[in-house]
Design a protein around this ligand. Structure first.
Ligand SMILES: [Zn+2]
Length: 346
C-alpha cells in the first residue's frame, strides 16, 4: 500500500495558482508515463487528473499503483475522476456504467414509467456501493483529490420507488430531485473525507450548469468548483470564454470555494488553434485559483502543435505565482502576464 499524501508536506501548503493537467492515457508503458509526467511537471503543473472507469482497477491494479508512484516521483498529485460511475458523470471513454448495466432496478424512471440510462442517486444500494468504492480508492492509493466531472444535472423528474417513498408529494418531486442531488454530493464528499481527511474534492461543470454553484455552496466538504469552458465544442465564439470565466470565478468566490478554469486544448483544428491564446487570456484574466488543461487529448489536427502552444501559454504565468514558489499567500491579485522573453531573462 502506498502512503497517502499529507497536507503540509514541503512548501506545498498554500496554493496561489495551481496548474492541473488531465492525463487520460494508458499507464501500461511506465517509461512513456514517466516521460509524460516529467513534461507535465516542467510546465509548472502540480496535479494531474486521472479518470478511472468502474471496471478498470480490478483489471490493472499494478499499472494503476505504478502510475501513482510515477506521479509521486515527478512531484505531481493525483486527482481521481470517477468516469461515468452510475452514468452520472462524464469520463474519457464513452462506455456505459457497469453498475447501471448490472442493476437495471436502480435506473431513473420518469412519470410514464420509462427507464433512463442512469442510476438514481437516491438508490441506497448504489450509494452504498459507490461510497465503498471511493473509500477503497482513497485509502488504498495516494489520491490527493476526487473529481466529479460534469455531473448529470437532472432534467428528468425521477418517479422510481425510492424517490416516491422519500418524497410522497408528487408535485414536489421535481424540486426534491434537485435537492437530493445536492444532498448526494454532500454525503459522497463527506464520506470520502471521513475516509481520507487530507482529500480535496472538486466538481467541474459545463457553463449551462453554472447556476448550480449557489446550491453547491452549501456543501462544506466541497473544495473546488471548476468550469469546462469548451467554447468550440459547445459551438460558441471564443469570446464567450471571458464571460464564462468571470461568472464562474465570481460565483465560486461568493460560495467561498476554489475556482478551476479549463482550457479546451482538444478537438482543435488548424483554424481553431488561433483561438487558444485568446481563450487562455480570458481564463487568466478572471484570476482563478487553478488553471487546467489536457495532455495530448483527443482529435487535434496537430497534436504536437496544440501541446506546444498550451505549454507556451502556461509558461507566461510568472513563475513566482506558482504554488511551489509562493508558499505563504493564497488568492492574492494576479500580476499581469509577462512575455516569454521576460521569463527567459528572469
Ligand atoms: Zn429515483
Amino acid at each position: 500500500m502506498l502512503s497517502p499524501p499529507h497536507e503540509g508536506e514541503g512548501p506545498l501548503t498554500q496554493v496561489f495558482m495551481d496548474i492541473t493537467v488531465a492525463y487520460f492515457h494508458s499507464l501500461f508503458h511506465p517509461e512513456c508515463v514517466r516521460r509524460d509526467f516529467e513534461k507535465i511537471r516542467a510546465i509548472g503543473a502540480g496535479s494531474i487528473v486521472y479518470a478511472i472507469h468502474e471496471q478498470e482497477e480490478q483489471r490493472w491494479s499494478r499499472d494503476f499503483e505504478r502510475g501513482f508512484h510515477l506521479a509521486q516521483e515527478a512531484g505531481l498529485k493525483v486527482y481521481l475522476s470517477l468516469g461515468r460511475f452510475g452514468n452520472l458523470f462524464a469520463g474519457p471513454l464513452t462506455v456505459p456504467s457497469w453498475y447501471t448495466f448490472r442493476h437495471p432496478q436502480s435506473q431513473v424512471k420518469d412519470r410514464h414509467g420509462t427507464v433512463h440510462d442512469m442510476t438514481c442517486f437516491n438508490s441506497e444500494d448504489f450509494r452504498s456501493w459507490l461510497f465503498k468504492e471511493i473509500e477503497y480508492y482513497v485509502t488504498t492509493y495516494p489520491v490527493a483529490g476526487l473529481v466529479l466531472d460534469e455531473p448529470c444535472v437532472p432534467n428528468i423528474t425521477c418517479f422510481c420507488s425510492v424517490c416516491r417513498a422519500l418524497c410522497p408529494d408528487i408535485t414536489d418531486l421535481q424540486h426534491f430531485r434537485r435537492r437530493s442531488m445536492i444532498e448526494f454530493f454532500d454525503k459522497l464528499f463527506s464520506h470520502a473525507k471521513d475516509a481520507q481527511p487530507c482529500l480535496k474534492t472538486a466538481i467541474v461543470l459545463l457553463p449551462q450548469d453554472f447556476a448550480l454553484v449557489d446550491e453547491l455552496a452549501s456543501i462544506s466538504a466541497l473544495d473546488t468548483i471548476g468550469g469546462h469552458l469548451f467554447w468550440q465544442l459547445l459551438g460558441e465564439d471564443v469570446a464567450m470564454v471571458e464571460r464564462w470565466s468571470s461568472s464562474l470565478v465570481k460565483a465560486t468566490r461568493r460560495a467561498n470555494k476554489r475556482s478551476q478554469l479549463w482550457l479546451q486544448n482538444f478537438n482543435i483544428d488548424k483554424q481553431t488553434e488561433k483561438a487558444l491564446e485568446p481563450a487562455f487570456n480570458s481564463l487568466v484574466k478572471a484570476e482563478p485559483d487553478d488553471l487546467a488543461c489536457y495532455y495530448f487529448w483527443r482529435n487535434n489536427d496537430n497534436p504536437e502543435q496544440v501541446w506546444q502552444t498550451t505549454c507556451n501559454l502556461l509558461r507566461r504565468i510568472p513563475r513566482r505565482q506558482l504554488y511551489w514558489r509562493r508558499p505563504a499567500i493564497s488568492r492574492a491579485p494576479v500580476a499581469p502576464l509577462v512575455k516569454q522573453e521576460e521569463i527567459a531573462e528572469s
